[in-house]
Design a protein around this ligand. Structure first.
Ligand code: GRF
Length: 196
């Protein structure tokens, strides 16, 4: 079986990236991780990826100053050079410009730690706690120009328990993120071959 090639963009520890790499090892997984890129040279996930035998490097956003599109043109070139058909954002902490979003429309996904459309943006766990919600969770969605607004591909839910703080809730959700992300990405690449 030929697998869909996925490029993963990270900014930090890359635990979701690691979950995608792990899932891709299964013979029947329809995707492989072809490349990991970070916008920050010190992202811990780069080492994790290399240790798993995946090509991984940083394209340092600082080198491009305020020109976000110039930075994204380098990301885009690297993804195409690696023959990627899809892009998975995994804790990529920079808002994308329309250039990269349009270049990968329908083939770029993100994981977000809330039950979208609730709590787009940052501080999702604390916001769910502050609202007194009974449950929280995570969402995998297609990336569109509005932040955390694209069509939802899948969600997973967890209960909010008495005494939870943002850290405890984040940990509970992260376990579900690591299950949901590979499953949702597998479903996407099977439904929508990169060449179509
Ligand atoms: C995750 O909670 C993800 O949902 C959010 O950023 C966090 C990244 O964590 N977008 P990691 O780098 O994947 O460990």
């Amino acid at each position: 079986m030929s697998k869909a090639k996925v490029g993963v963009l990270i900014s930090g520890r890359g635990s979701n990236m690691a979950a995608l790499i792990e899932a891709a090892k299964a013979d029947d997984c329809p995707f492989e991780i072809a490349l990991v890129l970070s916008n920050k040279p010190d992202a811990g996930g780069l080492e994790t990826a290399r240790a798993a035998g995946i090509e991984a490097w940083a394209i340092d956003q600082k080198l491009f100053g305020k020109d976000r599109e110039a930075h994204e043109r380098e990301l885009d070139a690297a993804l195409r050079q690696a023959d990627c058909g899809y892009v998975a954002l995994a804790g990529y902490m920079r808002v994308l410009t329309p250039f990269l979003v349009r270049a990968w429309a329908g083939r770029m996904v993100n994981i977000h730690p809330s039950l979208l459309p609730k709590y787009p943006g940052l501080d999702t766990h604390q916001r769910a706690l502050n609202a007194g919600d009974a449950e929280a969770g995570c969402t995998v969605h297609l990336v569109t120009e509005g932040v955390d607004e694209g069509p939802i591909l899948g969600q997973a839910r967890v209960p909010i328990r008495t005494g939870d703080d943002a850290h405890a809730l984040a940990e509970r959700i992260l376990v579900e993120e690591h299950r949901l992300y590979p499953a949702a990405l597998a479903e996407l690449v099977q439904q929508k071959p990169a060449s179509s």
